[in-house]
Design a protein around this ligand. Structure first.
Ligand SMILES: Cc1cc2nc3c(=O)[nH]c(=O)nc-3n(C[C@H](O)[C@H](O)[C@H](O)COP(=O)(O)OP(=O)(O)OC[C@H]3O[C@@H](n4cnc5c(N)ncnc54)[C@H](O)[C@@H]3O)c2cc1C
Ligand SMILES: Cc1cc2nc3c(=O)[nH]c(=O)nc-3n(C[C@H](O)[C@H](O)[C@H](O)COP(=O)(O)O)c2cc1C
Ligand code: SF4
Ligand code: SF4
Ligand code: FES
Length: 1018
């Protein structure tokens, strides 16, 4: 009976595990206390799909959706909402107040719920609720108005394909079943669902079990069967319970058993529970299991439709396939076929898991793109991490990388990319996933689950796993890659059943798209995701492009040993004061402490010991007996200077040729004073000079030959990326249009301009754009506006730069792009267009496209275009091999160019931060030493773990990280040279360092044989 209020409390597995039972019990108690049980109906539904926000509660007739409801919230819901009619705002799902707004949310608007239409909306344990929403009407229609052939024809016409993985046309399967000779036939519902991460079928059983029963009876009628089996794993107790209740109720209502609906048709269903072996989901193994035999696949043909259960014709369908049937019968095959793509019709249910904001159960029309599922429905990747790939199809499936986010979800497109639709497991992977380890995880699963009857599957998969295991331990060989490919192919071809035929897919697809990660594990002994424990000391050290030994210098800082901390840093990066200010802190993004409360403030700690060492004048002596070989370096940026510094440690006295009157590259002429004071840059360069480097300023180099003629035996090219990219729009050559690095270089070389009363517009979203905008503000501009073609989330600038710019009063126009500059003699106006996102680009980011007719004009006095830089390689392009992308071709491991003895690195080859340039410079120094026939081993002491003497336990509770003070906004925007970040005090930095969890303790790391990490004893 309908009551005044209906409270639907999700009783799906997700919400139950987050406490929905307690919410329901409390609801009953609170309503009873207020004598409201007669007015309010409490319904325990199946999964509503937003399991991430469970327990979920829906209240009708107001159509209000609450998320993450706890037991303690119930009295307020009863008091405020049920009694006073005022929804509890703080509990609303995404703060959404109206049903109309809720429907517009991409989580719902991009879904099409057919199979899941009842899930979360009806009480699955009450057949009347199912009947009230049209349940068993399709069955009635079939039994009273249609012949079995007509039913099969409708299913054929609908284009429905099996949702169990293989995508076989359901109508055709039924036709074979009907045509098969025999009095006794069977229908089996395959609810084994053994793939890790999948819970689609379980949710349908739990949320709408009658839909499956109705589909089975119709299938029975179509093929002429009178008996059906639901095969379901015993690990799904709630699903087992609900399907059993539903079967019992259907029997009571005359919908199962003899003479259904008095039409003379008999059909009954039995539930069989499986023990949870993945292979039992394979249809012939499943049949064996129902027959009480060992669940082992057998060769096909004969197919089950001819010879199935007990040797009789049997059709086996997946849960979701069967749950579609009633909708097809009621709404017609044309309706179903109108959804989806040419060959993949209807909808598909996916269990969205992994690194997504909205994990849960979703149903989408076929043909939707992967990007829409991940970013619109799934809400994108949490914590601003980068999307890496999506794994579809579980242990039989594969990975699809970011380049393919525009791929439509249909059987053929997914298969062509090396994945499969599978039964609906969709796992989103972010930058923290190691692809080799992920392939290993699925292979471990299939090795365990193989029934063992075919040698290729039994032995071959184990062999593949052994190889993967040694690769993740840093013991792999390059030949292993070929061996994995060879074994994978054989196993696929020679295995009897789908398990073996598809088990190599996760390995083969990761090899197809992520071979570089395999090579990194094997050659560089590096796991970029920081997962394979034998390959790194600590996540921070692993994430640092220069592999600076963060855990050791942080521990030394905690002990107050500043000089030692500084020296450890210098082993891998000679710019600690600079990086202590401007590094994007890759290390902090991966710091383990972040999982407990906040990452350790590694960059601030480094700044303190680095500035201390600068004050103390700690430096390095030049080589006493320099090696005889002469090395020239072109460019005094961080790449060139790092190469030079490490060459001095290897015994050389290199010469650096710099075109400009100052050294430091972009650190000196790009980054403004308020972020990086010039005296800091100059003092770190001085230290390098004192270590044995000669810098020749105002000395542009225009060819390699020129240096060879001067007697240099080896050369490093570190010329950076000095040429600005153009917008290529009309009016770009007007006076008043300039480029970020030209503008900043002019200011940094002390040619000041006054922008009083000027409106400045900056175009771009990276560090250069932020620096140009904030510099313009400090030069007195009346107004500074940044226009960026994407949204704030996609800005490549560091988040704190954007925040500080906003605090300083800089305005932002997101999703806008300039299309024309205009003015009589000089710039007066800019025409902008609004942008919107359509699809995804190759980098996996949303593609901004202009909105037609959205152009608008703005007055502007100075336009600063900051959309990127490229290298000016013209001096060397006749002497060196150049890539298709216009870069100097180098061996990525040695950085050697096509000319022996000539190396190149830093921004010239694309890296875009100081620390990456440092890494390249250091690699080049080692490569140069090896080029001369030496060992390339830097003379730094062997790594020893740092002992600490403070009470570590005290720091294991939640402690916020220490934040540096920032200069007062009013003061800082008036003075370009006033550093915004004032840094931590020594005592604060020591205290902060004690928050470190010492992830490197007791770690045994594989000795790395390549350039990055070699050290020498003593
Ligand atoms: C505005 C701006 C802000 C930035 N902010 C940050 C930041 O916050 N954090 C960060 O990590 N990175 C930042 N970067 C990036 C970083 O500065 C660069 O990645 C880094 O400086 C690249 O180092 P490099 O040695 O390869 O090149 P560069 O620093 O560009 O140095 C190259 C040097 O080579 C010289 N040169 C070029 N051609 C010749 C020639 N033919 N002969 C002789 N000399 C030559 C140039 O004059 C220059 O001095 C920023 C860059 C800019 C432009
Ligand atoms: C190892 C293995 C496991 C399988 N597991 C399932 C499963 O859990 N559920 C399922 O419906 N199909 C599973 N299948 C596919 C079934 O063999 C069969 O194709 C499917 O149940 C047919 O139903 P459909 O046509 O409705 O998709 C599996 C296949 C293999 C090879
Ligand atoms: S392929 Fe593997 S799981 Fe399938 S029958 Fe052969 S051994 Fe068993
Ligand atoms: S807790 Fe310490 S060792 Fe671990 S990642 Fe963070 S800084 Fe590095
Ligand atoms: S289990 Fe409640 S929403 Fe999925």
């Amino acid at each position: 009976m309908k009551k005044r209020v209906e409270v639907l409390i999700c009783g799906g597995t997700g919400c139950t595990s987050s406490g929905s039972d307690k919410v329901a019990e409390r609801m009953i108690k609170e309503l009873k206390k207020r004598n409201l049980l007669d007015e309010v109906n409490i319904i325990r539904t199946g999964c509503r799909g937003m399991c991430e926000c469970g327990p979920v509660v829906k209240i009708y007739p107001d159509d209000v959706l609450y998320a993450q409801v706890e037991e303690k919230d119930v009295p307020e819901i009863v008091e405020e909402h049920i009694i006073k009619g005022r929804p509890v705002k703080r509990l609303l799902w995404h703060g959404i107040e109206t049903p109309a707004e809720e429907k517009k949310h991409p989580f719902f608007s991009k879904q099409l719920r057919v199979v899941l239409s009842n899930c979360g909306e009806i009480d699955p344990e009450n057949i009347e609720e199912y009947i009230a929403v049209g349940g068993y009407e399709a069955l009635s229609k079939v039994l009273t108005e249609m012949t079995p052939e007509q039913v099969i024809d409708v299913v054929l016409k609908s284009g429905l394909r099996g949702r169990g993985g293989a995508g076989f046309p359901t109508g055709l399967k039924w036709k074979f079943g009907r045509e098969a000779k025999g009095e006794e036939k069977y229908v089996i519902c395959n609810g084994d669902e053994g793939d890790p991460g999948a819970f689609m079928d379980r949710s349908v059983f739990e949320g709408d079990p009658h839909a499956v029963i109705e589909g089975m009876i119709i299938a029975g009628y179509a093929i002429g069967a009178h008996k059906g089996y639901v095969y379901i794993r015993a690990e799904y107790p709630l699903a087992v319970k609900r399907i059993q209740i539903a079967i019992n109720q259907a029997r009571e209502y005359g919908l199962l058993g003899k003479n259904i609906l008095e039409t003379g048709f008999d059909f009954d269903i039995e539930v069989r529970q499986g023990a949870g072996a993945f292979v039992c989901g394979e249809e012939t193994a499943l049949i064996a299991s129902i027959e009480g035999k060992r669940g082992q696949p057998r060769p096909k043909p004969p197919f089950p439709a001819q010879k199935g259960l007990w040797g009789k014709p049997t059709i086996i369908n997946n849960v979701e396939t069967l749950a579609n049937i009633r909708h097809i019968i009621l709404k017609g095959p044309e309706w179903f076929a109108s959804i989806g793509t040419e060959k993949s019709k209807g909808t598909k249910v996916f269990a969205l898991t992994g690194k997504l904001n909205n994990t849960g159960l979703v149903e989408v029309p076929m043909g939707i793109t992967l990007g829409e599922i991940i970013y619109d429905i799934g809400g994108g990747i949490p914590k601003n991490k980068k999307f890496k790939a999506v794994q579809i199809g579980g242990p039989s499936g594969g990975c699809i990388p970011k380049e393919h986010l525009n791929t439509p979800v249909d059987y053929e497109s997914l298969t062509s990319l090396g994945a499969i639709m599978g039964s609906g497991g969709l796992i989103v992977l972010d930058e923290d996933t190691c692809m080799v380890n992920m392939a290993k995880f699925f292979l471990e699963f299939t090795v365990d689950e193989s029934c063992g009857q075919c040698p290729p599957c039994r032995i071959g998969l184990k062999q593949m796993l052994k190889i993967l295991d040694r690769i993740t331990k840093g013991e792999g060989k390059l030949e292993d890659i070929e061996e994995l490919e060879r074994l994978g192919k054989i196993i696929k071809e020679a295995s009897l059943c789908g398990l073996g035929q598809t088990a190599p897919n996760p390995v083969l697809s990761t090899l197809r798209y992520f071979k570089d990660e395999y090579i990194e594990h094997i050659v560089d002994k590096k796991c970029r995701a920081g997962v394979c424990a034998s390959l790194f000391y600590a996540p921070c050290e692993n994430a640092c492009p220069a592999n600076v030994d963060v855990p050791r210098y942080v521990s030394l800082m905690a002990e107050g040993k500043l000089e030692e901390a500084f020296k450890i840093h210098m082993e891998r990066n000679p710019f600690p004061s600079i990086c202590g200010r401007v590094c994007p802190a890759f290390c902090e993004a991966k710091c383990e402490r972040g999982k407990l409360d906040e990452p350790v403030a590694i960059r601030e700690i480094k700044r303190v010991f680095a500035d201390w060492a600068k004050e103390k004048g700690i430096g390095f002596a030049p080589p006493e007996n320099p090696k005889k070989e002469k090395v020239a370096i072109i460019g005094a940026g961080p790449a060139g200077l790092s190469c030079a510094f490490y060459l001095t440690r290897l015994g050389y006295k290199p010469v650096v040729f710099e075109a400009l009157p100052v050294a430091g590259g972009m650190m000196r002429i790009g980054i403004p004073d308020y972020r990086l004071p010039k005296d800091i840059v100059e003092s770190e360069i001085k230290r390098i000079e004192k270590a044995g480097v000669e810098i020749r300023l105002n000395s542009p180099v225009s060819s390699i030959r020129e240096l060879k003629e001067k007697g240099f035996d080896a050369i490093f090219i570190g010329i950076g990326a000095q040429e600005s990219r153009k917008l290529n729009i009309p009016g770009e050559d007007l006076e008043g249009v300039t480029y970020g690095i030209d503008f900043l270089k002019m200011i940094n070389l002390d040619r000041r301009i006054d922008l009083t009363d000027k409106r400045v517009m900056v175009f771009g979203g990276g560090s250069t754009a932020m620096d140009a905008a904030r510099t313009a503000l400090r030069l007195n501009a009346k107004e500074v506006i940044v226009s960026y073609r994407r949204s704030r989330n996609e800005m490549p600038a560091q988040p704190e730069e954007v925040e500080e710019a906003m605090e300083e009063g800089i305005k932002f126009l997101f999703l806008t792009n300039p299309v024309e500059f205009s003015g009589k003699e000089k710039l007066e106006k800019v025409k902008l267009t609004k942008m919107e996102f359509k699809g995804f680009d190759k980098s996996g980011r949303r593609r901004p496209v202009p909105v037609k007719g959205s152009e608008f004009d703005m007055d502007v006095d100075l336009a600063i275009v900051c959309i990127g830089q490229k290298a000016k390689i013209s001096p060397f392009k006749d002497e060196l091999e150049i890539t298709e992308r216009g870069q100097i071709k180098v061996n990525p491991r040695t950085l050697e160019t096509s000319m022996p003895g000539v190396f190149a690195g830093g921004d010239v080859n694309n890296p875009s931060t100081v620390v990456e340039a440092v890494r390249d410079g250091r690699i080049a120094a080692i490569s140069i030493d090896k080029y001369f026939g030496y060992d390339g081993i830097l003379p730094f002491p062997e790594r020893v773990e740092i002992e600490t003497h403070y009470n570590e336990e005290k720091y294991l509770k939640e402690i916020p990280r220490k934040k540096p003070k920032l200069e007062d906004i009013e003061k800082r925007i008036k003075l370009l040279s006033l550093e915004v970040n004032k840094g931590l005090l020594k005592e604060e930095a020591m205290e902060e360092a004690k928050r470190c969890l010492h992830c490197d303790r007791g770690k045994k790391v594989v000795k790395k044989e390549i350039y990055l990490t070699e050290v020498k004893n003593g």
